[in-house]
Design a protein around this ligand. Structure first.
Ligand code: MLT
Length: 274
């Protein structure tokens, strides 16, 4: 999958992305979580590319995308996404975001609803950081500066994965540690500040008109199922599925179940459209 990486200039950065599958297929665009990159979607891309145009990109400062010189914020990441969609010359996309990717997706649908055919929100939330959560982010920034990115990677996986995944999903844990270690200290700390400063998007949920699938790991410690249920209650046209044997990275920890619900949702959208 690495070989099919492409780049495109968006404002002050080169964005790294993949764009595979039939050109005339419905476009599905993936936005990764923090502090990961587009390769977290490999298990989904492999399955979907046969039928759909599948696009996954690295958010500014992550993976192989440039960091640029502007201060990171969820608004900046959202504007990058909208510019990226503009460059791809697609009319509408099905947008799928996990965690930080979901924060970006909710901001995008708030400001540019006409760009999206449907949304898939995975292990994410609409609420902003509480003062305690902000405090934790500032401590994480201090710790990265003091102890380095390697220790941050080792600590992060404890929260990202369900405990049983440490014996059943060793390769995924190694891959995620590698993704975190390959992110620069500057991008990690700048994104932590951006996450801490993000705004609440719960108010827009009742206005979302497109179909929404909400997926969340049953053992997600960062955005637990209760958070997903409260979003489901607020979004009129939404379906909620809880992924078994999975924590925060539900698409990597249980790709079989994740892909089953994903495929069902997107194929039914297609049927309704045709
Ligand atoms: C993520 O997976 O993107 C992060 O857990 C988001 C966050 O820390 O709020």
């Amino acid at each position: 999958m690495q070989n099919s990486d492409k780049t495109i200039k968006i404002e002050d950065i080169q964005v790294s992305y993949i764009d595979i599958g039939p050109d005339d297929g419905t476009a599905i665009l993936f936005v990764h979580g923090f502090p990961l990159n587009k390769t977290m979607w490999n298990e989904q891309v492999d399955v979907l590319k046969e039928w759909y145009r599948v696009i996954a990109y690295d958010v500014r400062g992550h993976g192989n995308s440039g960091a640029g010189t502007q201060e990171f914020s969820i608004e900046l990441f959202t504007s990058d996404l909208i510019n990226f969609i503009g460059e791809l010359q697609v009319d509408k996309v099905i947008l799928c975001g996990l965690s930080m990717g979901g924060y970006i997706a909710l901001n995008a649908v708030k400001d540019y609803p006409e760009r999206f055919e449907a949304l898939i929100l995975c292990d994410t939330q609409c609420i902003a950081d509480t003062p305690e959560a902000k405090e934790k982010r500032m401590k994480a920034i201090e710790s990265i500066k003091e102890n380095g990115v390697g220790q941050y990677a080792d600590e992060s996986v404890k929260n990202l994965f369900a405990s049983e995944s440490f014996s059943t999903r060793k390769d995924e844990i190694t891959a995620v540690k590698k993704m975190i270690r390959s992110t620069t200290e500057n991008s990690l700390t700048s994104t932590l500040k951006a996450l801490a400063g993000r705004k609440d998007t719960c108010g827009i949920l009742p206005q979302i008109q497109v179909p929404v699938l909400i997926l969340t790991g049953e053992k997600d410690k960062i955005t637990p199922p209760s958070v997903a249920e409260s979003m489901h209650e607020k979004i009129i046209n939404s379906t909620l599925e809880i992924i078994g044997n999975a924590g925060h990275l539900s698409n990597m920890e249980n790709p079989e179940e994740f892909n089953k619900y994903f495929m069902k949702f997107v194929s039914e959208l297609h049927l309704k459209k045709d």
